[in-house]
Write a protein that binds this ligand. Structure first.
Ligand code: NAP
Length: 244
């Protein structure tokens, strides 16, 4: 039977690549987006034209009622959610002393409350079936910290702690929870970097390039597969050797 994956923040970047790889490999895919409706609908159309089974749902992951409605809709259309990928994210560069209360709250809400909401809404069904996979997209900055990204680094470190704790709690229920902590990936999130900043970063990456969204998608697809059934509570970091 076809499995279903729900990918948050799948309108652009890494989430879009994840939705695409799962759809092309015989999964039903629920494409979640927040603001980028045109991009999400284009992705839906492209994948449908390729014979994939996909649907689109607009929801702000920080809002519990919207997330709950999205999960109900996914289960109504596809029968279940077998794999949840918490990918939705935002970034912001600011000196710590200039981070406002609103900046801090939005950063934590998007990554932590969003992940909390989605996990709480999908888990009752997964626990009942004694099967399921959750993959959280954190960042190397959650492992080593980034200057001028204290709130982002805090949120991503929180995702790592959450993954480890939940993996321990859900192991006996047959559910794997893992984390991918990418290095610098070529998406809109890094489009604000100027050429000097890019070359400074490249100098620190042994493989001398940024990653591609498809490389993160391939790892997510592997973690969702039965071949990865013995992997849980882990943080896998495709980063070109930036952090070793
Ligand atoms: P991106 O291209 O900017 O895309 C971000 C995605 O998140 C968009 O689809 C956006 O949806 C969605 N999103 C943001 N807030 C949302 C909300 N409240 N509810 C639902 N969706 C929301 O970024 P990306 O580079 O693909 O990043 C994806 C994930 O990887 C993020 O968690 C990011 O922190 C992480 N990451 C990225 C890098 C990197 O170098 N790019 C490195 C490490 C980790 P809309 O556009 O529809 O609003």
């Amino acid at each position: 039977m076809k499995k279903t994956v729900l990918v948050t923040g799948a309108s652009r970047g890494i989430g879009r690549a994840i939705a695409t790889v799962f759809a092309r490999n015989n999964y039903n895919v629920m494409i979640n987006y927040f603001k980028s409706e045109r991009e999400a609908l284009t992705l839906e159309q492209e994948l449908k034209q390729q014979g994939c089974t996909v649907a689109v749902y607009q929801a702000d992951v920080t809002q519990r009622t919207q997330v709950a409605a999205m999960i109900v809709e996914s289960e109504k259309i596809f029968g279940s959610v077998d794999v949840l990928i918490n990918n939705a994210g935002i970034s912001q560069f600011k000196l710590f002393t200039e981070i406002s209360d609103e900046d801090w709250e939005l950063m934590l809400a998007t990554h932590l409350k969003g992940m909390f909401n989605c996990c709480q809404e999908v888990l009752p069904q997964m626990i009942q079936r004694k099967k399921g996979k959750i993959i959280n997209i954190a960042s190397i900055w959650g492992m080593v910290g980034a200057s001028c990204e204290v709130h982002y680094s805090t949120a991503k470190a929180g995702m790592i702690g959450f993954t480890k704790a939940l993996a321990k709690e859900l192991g006996p229920s047959g559910i794997q929870v893992n984390c991918i902590a990418p290095g610098i990936i070529d998406t809109d999130m890094n489009k604000g970097l100027d050429e000097t900043e890019k070359s400074q970063l490249l100098e620190e990456i042994p493989l001398q390039r940024f990653g591609k969204p498809e490389e993160i998608a391939a790892l997510a697809f592997y973690l969702a597969s039965p071949e990865a059934d013995f992997i849980t509570g882990q943080v896998l970091s495709p980063n070109g050797g930036f952090v070793i």
